[in-house]
Ligand binder design. Sequence first.
Ligand SMILES: Cc1ncc(COP(=O)(O)O)c(C=O)c1O
Length: 420
Amino acid sequence: MSKLALLGGAKAIGEEGRALKANWPNIGLEAALCDYTGAKYAKCVSAGTAALISGLFAAGCGPGDEVITVAYTWVATVGAVLRVNAVPIFADIDPRTFCIDPEDVKRKISPATKAILAVDYYGHPAPIPELMAIAEEHGLVLIEDACQASTSEINGQKVGNLAHFTAFSWSGKPIYSGSGGGAFLTSDRHLYERALLAGQHPTVIQGLATDPDVLKYASMGGTGDNMRAVGTDAMAQLMDAEVRTDARIRNCDYLTEKLSAIPGITPPYVRPGYKHVYHYYNCLWDATPWGFSRDTLCSALNAEGIFAVAYLKDANFNFAPESKPIEAGGPIHMRTIFQERNLYGKGCPFLCPHVANPPVYSEGDLPVSEEMWKREFAFFQPDLSPPCDERDMQLIVDAVHKVLDNADALKQWEQERASQ
Ligand SMILES: Cc1ncc(COP(=O)(O)O)c(C=O)c1O
């Protein structure tokens, strides 16, 4: 008779019993994410935003703490910093990759800096090796917002185990779920356990945490937020995300070959050793040879049936074309929240007593970000991924040529609209 597990014997399900556990919501996906990235710990959460908030909370970011990040990103990155009541400090970007510039990060470090929050923008990884060196030197936590880049790599190493803490999103991203969701990944046990307190169910914290300083808050579910996992169908997606990513890269390489021959269009730059997974295929527009603006180019392409977007300006216009106007997009430091610095009506998190040096966000702070958003346009992942193939990419190229062949008509169209 074998000894009861309750009394110290081996479990009846043994090691082969992994499948029994795998059918519990998310446990299978979390194990698969660890296998895929090499991270020691993964936790599925309700969204990429939840993963970011969990990471910032785990890093101890709160009132009076500064987080160095970019103004050139989807709003969730910076929103997560505000959500933990920390102060975003913006660093400029590299004009080729659109990702954070490590040299500017160094300039922005102050005694109040707690974390660096870098974004793998459009699917091109941020310069994580350089940023890790800076973070280690200054005792900071490096959080990687890999929401747009969950299948990318640097020097053959998967994103997810490169920074101290990484956030993934499943919402229309390289690893996808129809119901949204996301995950955080880390190999740091302390960060993993603290991150659970940002929004996990009390029994999840109780089951996974071992640190008494974490367990003492478990019965309340930590901060009391609900960031519990959704999007478990990302498991199926994970199995072919790699194949889809590689097919998308082949499609984008084809686009690059064709578009780089066109004056006025600069296709995306890919840093050597970096795997750009093209959540967006981002180009720069130079109006000089054609005489009409980037916005007119996008309008003309959209009318031809090719979705082209000025992402930082109006990422959502495709989904809500008739909605009422809100403030124009652009780099985040110029938006009302940062100009007013009064989000909660009492100056927090920018001007509260915990803040030693209240930040001022001004035009001219981030010259590269302020220039790039006026020139970029992008094609979106679904139009670049299988089943789309070279023939579809050629349709995009043909549409671009059709638009440019009609430059004179477009110049006139633009002038008429300007005079209305
Ligand atoms: C760069 C970036 N960060 C964070 C997020 C947030 O992810 P989610 O929508 O799953 O909250 C997104 C989503 O689009 C994103 O693009």
